[in-house]
Design a protein around this ligand. Structure first.
Ligand code: XIL
Length: 594
């Protein structure tokens, strides 16, 4: 037997920051490539920072949209009824115009910044409507033709309900549509947005906002789009869900803007945090660029040093670095990640090399050295697996899907009986994988004294007896989120009594034709499945020592939801493979005739 030492070349190092800051000197800007992608790239700003030369220089050079971060809000410009001080807003508007930037007006009505004279005005309904109209008319007409977008009302939902505000109490829910009517009358060309937080993906709040938007569209209330604030936590962003929300808003004929983007985290900052933050920025921009109706990506400040998140009143992490430029105005990895996607999308040569962007998008993976291949039984068609790390799948084996395991013969089997739940829902299972020229075959032989058939709906199928296997055929085993070519396939024990389609998870929209056979046995049940090697989502050519990412789980129920969860890959200690394919192990093809 040939000595075999597998050293995978997946070692991806974090790109040293110096490589990126050198790239910064090139004469490209975010705004140039945002414009080529037909979106605005914006930043929130305060007048007090316009006097900081580095700050203004970056603001004007990199961004083509400006949002007043705080100084245009009602409480900031009006100290008494009919009295307005527009000095600061004027300064911001003039700066934007001087730098050929569009202006995103923020915001006309916001519960957190209503002047005292409004909050304590004890107005009748009619008076409150007058006050609402006066304010909106005064502000919008002053900047008529100059402020292109207005966040007319901001954050009026509290979860799925309307927030208790002075306007709701005095006027009733109609105050919202009135605000849009008044703004539209004051500047019919301004584009009017509804802006909120925590409603970026699909959830109860975004459902409520969607319902309001749909109602406004149906009734001709002048609403042009939805602002998704996007104050995110590092690593906690469900991009697929955001894309779905953006798409449904688009179906209403409305624009979407990511209006207040920042990405925060607790504690100190290190290179890995900045890299993962860059990755999150990249994927958020990807959602915007993939959607025709996404028209702006606006960051909530230029330099980390001025972020609102450092304030004890808000996130209170005094060292958090949530934006694109550091305290000393250096472009951060997040900046380069955005440059990269904006440039590549229009066919320009990116300022980042392929390796540099891959180092941002992929988690660094330690070199995996596998031990020499061993054969416990000399008749095995492939070597012993490395427990929880690598499974050798023999090539040239064809399986008939019939629930009879005799054709698995000398294909090595692996027993899995550990994971994150150890209840009575299942005792253990053994699995095996093989390939021929057209299919990958998977089998699971489950020991389960009490097999459950189909008592759960598709949404929570994993709560009942089922086997899962996962394949990553992208060639990038370090991929930390689902992308085309990564699938999670769930197969219910129920198939033994009535055919059920396989179930796909992993937040991926990929599906593939999986054929299934399932039978009940004296000790539990058997699943056999075949997956085509050539499909819309991958083209797998088995060759000796070729590697796919691979994982398998078992869900066991004894009647009231999953109480057993067994997991093969040793890297997945928290049952996270459904969202993070970098936790899979390896499937290595083995040609016994090599
Ligand atoms: C914040 C500013 O960033 C702070 O500086 C200010 O003290 C309060 O307002 N959602 C919004 C923004 O719509 O207006 C808020 O901005 C952040 C949350």
């Amino acid at each position: 037997m040939k000595r075999l030492l597998l050293v995978f070349t997946l070692l991806i190092l974090v790109l040293p920051m110096t490589d990126m800051t050198e790239a910064q000197d090139t004469a490209v800007s975010l705004r140039e490539f945002a414009a080529q992608n037909n979106i605005y790239i914006g930043a929130a700003a305060w007048t007090q920072h316009l006097d900081v030369p580095e700050h203004s220089e970056i603001l004007g050079r990199e961004f083509n949209m400006l949002t007043p971060e705080h100084e245009a809000k009602f409480c900031m410009i009006s100290s008494a009824r009919g009295e307005y001080d527009f000095g600061r807003v004027d300064e911001l508007v003039e700066f934007a115009e001087a730098h050929d930037m569009a202006i995103h007006g923020h915001t006309l009505i916001w519960h957190s910044c209503s002047p005292d004279w409004v909050e304590n005005g004890n107005f009748t309904r009619d008076e409150a409507i007058e006050v609402l109209k006066e304010h909106i008319t005064t502000v919008v007409s002053r900047y008529k033709g100059r402020i292109k977008y207005w966040d007319v009302v901001n954050e009026v939902f509290d979860g799925a309900e309307l927030r208790d505000t002075v306007w709701l109490r005095t006027i009733g829910p109609e105050y919202i549509e009135m605000a849009y009517q008044f703004a539209h009358e004051a500047d019919p060309d301004a584009l009017l947005l509804y802006n909120d937080y925590g409603a970026e993906g699909i959830n109860d709040k975004s459902d409520a906002i969607y319902a309001m938007a749909q109602d406004f569209v149906n009734r001709g209330i002048p609403l042009n789009g939805i602002g998704l604030q996007s104050h995110f936590d590092l690593g906690g962003i469900n991009f697929a869900s955001i894309a779905e929300n953006v798409a449904r808003i688009g179906e209403l004929g409305l624009e979407v803007q990511f209006t207040e983007v920042d990405i925060k985290y607790l504690g100190d900052t290190d290179e890995d945090i900045l890299r993962r933050q860059a990755r999150d920025y990249y994927h958020l921009m990807e959602v915007c660029l993939d959607a025709d109706n996404c028209t702006a990506f606006i960051v909530w400040g230029v330099s980390d040093q001025f972020t609102w998140l450092r304030s004890p009143d808000y996130f209170n992490n005094p060292t958090v670095q949530p934006l694109l430029f550091s305290d000393d105005y250096q472009a951060k990895p997040a900046y380069f990640a955005l440059m990269d996607i904006l440039m590549r999308r229009v066919g320009a040569t990116s300022i980042l090399s392929d390796d540099a962007i891959a180092a941002i998008l992929n988690d660094p993976v330690a070199e995996v050295a596998l031990p020499d291949a061993t054969f416990t039984d000399p008749n095995q068609l492939a070597p012993d697996s490395v427990p929880g790390v690598a499974y050798y799948a023999p090539m040239g084996v064809t399986i008939t899907l019939d629930g009879d395991l005799s054709d698995w013969g000398n294909v090595p089997r692996v027993t899995v009986d550990k994971g994150t739940l150890d209840g009575p829902g299942a005792e253990s299972y053994e699995f095996a994988v093989a390939v021929d020229d057209t299919n990958l075959y998977f089998m699971a032989n489950v020991t389960d004294p009490n097999v459950m058939f189909g008592e759960f709906g598709a949404g929570d199928w994993y709560q009942t007896d089922s086997v899962e296997f996962y394949i990553n055929a992208t060639g990038n085993l370090a991929a930390a989120s689902y992308e085309p070519g990564v699938v999670q396939i769930g197969i219910l024990a129920e198939n033994a009594t009535q055919p059920a389609a396989p179930l796909y998870g992993g937040g991926s929209s990929d599906t593939i034709t999986v054929s299934i056979a399932a039978v009940e046995t004296e000790t539990g049940y058997i699943i056999e499945a075949s997956v085509p090697l050539v499909s819309d989502i991958w083209n797998i050519t088995p060759e000796h020592m070729g590697v796919l990412g691979f994982q398998t789980h078992l869900n066991g129920s004894s009647g009231s939801g999953r109480d057993a969860k067994f997991i093969w890959s040793a890297a997945d200690t928290q049952d996270q493979s459904w969202t993070n394919p970098s936790l899979f192990g390896q499937l290595i093809f083995w040609d016994k005739n090599q």
